[in-house]
Each structure stands twice: as structure tokens, then as C-alpha cells.
Design a protein around this ligand. Structure first.
Ligand code: 3HC
Length: 311
């Protein structure tokens, strides 16, 4: 039985009234948003690692500058999102320490290695492509600060996807070896990108409540299907083969049907047993420890300035 406050809250959600930080909200709404926004931010921070791996090895100055700009954008996305989660009363440092200790998640997709330059193109094309499909609806989610953070992030993500696809076009128009490199990257990134949208709706823990609170406007499977329908024609345009022998167009529904997804891989990866989980967390813990002096210096400087301005 809902309390009067919970009933009023749900009526506001149903009327598409944005929830703002100072509004009353159910503890569970605050909790699930803190979880989702923090893990979204953690994804942006960890996501810089696989891409950063190729900044010093980009094939041209232009590609290096574009990749640098993209990685910088990801850092900025994390800042917007940590800022949004702080409006829920959460401590940014505590949430970050939870990620460093493996107590909070980040997107499964960043636990795979970037083995060639084609991986950078494939990440832009598929991973940022998937992120856009997942993030556009979030611009209209019920929590104001999250929705507004997503508007800016989505604008930058579209550049990320374009530059990735542009890399794939260059490789696929290049030498046979370059085209094979692009095909090899697609072979390794296709299924992890499909899994990025989360478990199937029937196994999704949070979907029903997140949908009722208009945090999740489309289900995991709906967004996954949108990604598949968008990506198959792009792969064919590139002359690349989607690594799925069961891929078939279903004329009746107008959708592309894929083969079975190996959910045991997904659950293994989000449990911390993916190809790069240990390496990613070790890199993030090392950076946190080595950056302690910068944080202390910045805080000392801010304290001195505050004292001067009062004095
Ligand atoms: N990676 C890691 N964990 C995942 C996951 C994934 N791809 N998909 C689902 N999970 C986790 C959920 O977090 C949840 O675990 P938790 O209770 O410990 O948080 C569990 O699996 C059950 O999944 P649900 O579907 O019930 O969970 P959600 O309702 O939260 O849906 C989601 C998962 C669709 C990822 C949703 O959280 C979401 O939309 N998050 C915001 C978007 C986001 O985080 N995107 C990250 C992509 S990377 C990125 O954007 C960087 C860009 O620059 C490429």
C-alpha cells in the first residue's frame, strides 16, 4: 500500500514532472539512481583505459588528436555524472572507492582488450553507438540532474561514433590486411557490444521498478534490438560479416534476429572474471594512489584561497 507521499510522487512521475534534488523521493528511488548514475560514471572512467592504450600508437597525428579528444570527453562525462550523483546526497569519493574495491560495477564492455587499431574504430562504431541508443532515452528520464547531464553527453557521443565509423571505412577501403584487421575486431567486439544492454528482460533485476519510475524508458531487449537493426546494415555497408551464423532478417517483424547470446560470459565478466577486469581495476587503483598528492595539493590550495578571501 503506497503512502500519501509515495502516491503523490508516482503521480508526478506519471505526469512527466522532473524530480529535482530537493524534492521528496522514496529511499529506493534515490538508491537505484545512485547505483545507476555512479556505475555509469565508473564506466566512463574505466572506459578511458582501453582507448588510452592506443593514443601513443595512433596511425596519424589526426587520428591521435581525435582519440585524445574522445578520451578527454569520457573524463568529462564522468565529471557530469559524478556531479549528478552527488545531488542525491552521495559521496563521490566513497562511490569511487566502492568501484576500486570491486563493490560497484562499470560497463562489462570495458573488460575486453584493444588488440589493434581497428579496435579503436570498432569501439567508436559499436560501443559508442550502443551507448547513444541507451543514453538518448536517459535524456528524458525522471531525475532532472541525470537527464540534463545526458543531453550534453549524447551530443559528444555522436562525434565518438562518427570518428569510429570513419576509422572502419578507412580500414575497409584499405589493404586486404587492413580489412582483415577490421573484421577481426568486429569478430571480437560484436557479442560483448550486444551484451552491453544488460541481461534479457526476464532476468533484469531493476527494469520493472526503473520503468515505473521512468528511469528506464525502454527495456534492455528493446534497446538491444534497436542496436542490432541499426548495426547490421552498417556492417554490410563496410563489407564486414557479423560473426553470427544464425543472423537472419525476419520480414514479418522487420527486425534482424541474432543467435543465442552466451549469458554465462556476461555474468562471468560482471562478476569480475572477464579478460581484463583485474588489469582495469589495478590500473585504476594505481592511478588513485599515485594521484593522492594531486588531490591533497588541490585541497590545500583551495583551503588557502578560501582563507585569503575571508581574511
Ligand atoms: N555491465 C555491467 N553491469 C551490468 C551491465 C553491463 N553492461 N548490464 C547490466 N548490468 C548489471 C546492473 O548494473 C545490475 O547490477 P547491480 O544491481 O549490481 O547494479 C544487474 O546487471 C542487473 O541488470 P538490470 O538490467 O536489472 O540493471 P539496470 O536496470 O541498471 O540496467 C543498464 C542496466 C541498462 C546498464 C542501466 O543501468 C543503464 O542504462 N545505465 C546507464 C547507462 C550506462 O551505464 N552505460 C554504460 C555504457 S558505457 C558508456 O556509456 C561509456 C561510453 O562512452 C561508451
Amino acid at each position: 500500500e503506497l503512502s500519501a507521499e509515495e502516491r503523490a510522487f508516482q503521480e508526478a512521475i506519471d505526469a512527466d514532472i522532473k524530480v529535482e534534488p530537493r524534492d521528496w523521493m522514496p529511499a529506493a528511488y534515490r538508491k537505484t539512481l545512485t547505483r545507476q548514475i555512479a556505475q555509469h560514471a565508473h564506466s566512463e572512467v574505466v572506459g578511458m583505459l582501453p582507448e588510452g592504450n592506443w593514443i601513443s600508437r595512433a596511425p596519424s597525428l589526426k587520428r591521435k588528436c581525435v582519440l585524445l579528444a574522445k578520451v578527454q570527453d569520457e573524463a568529462g562525462h564522468a565529471q557530469y555524472l559524478y556531479g549528478a550523483v552527488e545531488t542525491l546526497g552521495a559521496s563521490r569519493d566513497a562511490l569511487y572507492e566502492d568501484m576500486l574495491a570491486g563493490r560497484m560495477k562499470y560497463s562489462s564492455i570495458f573488460n575486453y582488450p584493444t588488440l589493434s587499431w581497428a579496435d579503436i574504430g570498432t569501439i567508436g562504431w559499436l560501443v559508442d553507438g550502443a551507448a547513444i541508443i541507451n543514453q538518448i532515452p536517459l535524456c528524458r528520464c525522471s531525475y532532472g540532474p541525470y537527464a540534463r547531464a545526458m543531453v550534453r553527453i549524447c551530443k559528444e557521443e555522436s562525434f565518438h561514433q562518427r570518428q569510429g565509423f570513419d576509422i572502419m571505412v578507412s580500414l575497409c577501403k584499405g589493404t586486404p590486411a587492413q580489412k582483415q584487421m577490421a573484421q577481426d575486431a568486429l569478430n571480437r567486439w560484436w557479442w560483448p557490444a550486444v551484451m552491453m544492454f544488460g541481461p534479457p528482460d526476464g532476468e533484469s533485476v531493476h527494469s520493472a521498478q526503473s520503468a515505473a519510475w521512468k528511469i528506464k524508458l525502454f527495456s534492455n531487449d528493446e534497446l538491444r534490438q534497436k542496436f542490432i537493426d541499426q548495426t547490421v546494415p552498417q556492417a554490410r555497408h563496410l563489407g564486414l560479416t557479423i560473426p553470427d551464423a544464425d543472423l537472419a532478417f525476419d520480414a514479418a517483424s522487420g527486425h534482424w534476429r541474432i543467435g543465442a547470446i552466451d549469458w554465462s560470459e556476461f555474468y562471468r565478466v560482471i562478476k569480475g572474471e572477464g579478460p581484463c577486469n583485474v588489469e582495469r581495476l589495478a590500473a585504476r587503483n594505481k592511478a588513485w594512489d599515485e594521484g593522492a598528492w594531486v588531490r591533497e595539493a588541490a585541497l590545500a590550495h583551495a583551503a588557502k584561497r578560501a582563507k585569503r578571501s575571508i581574511g
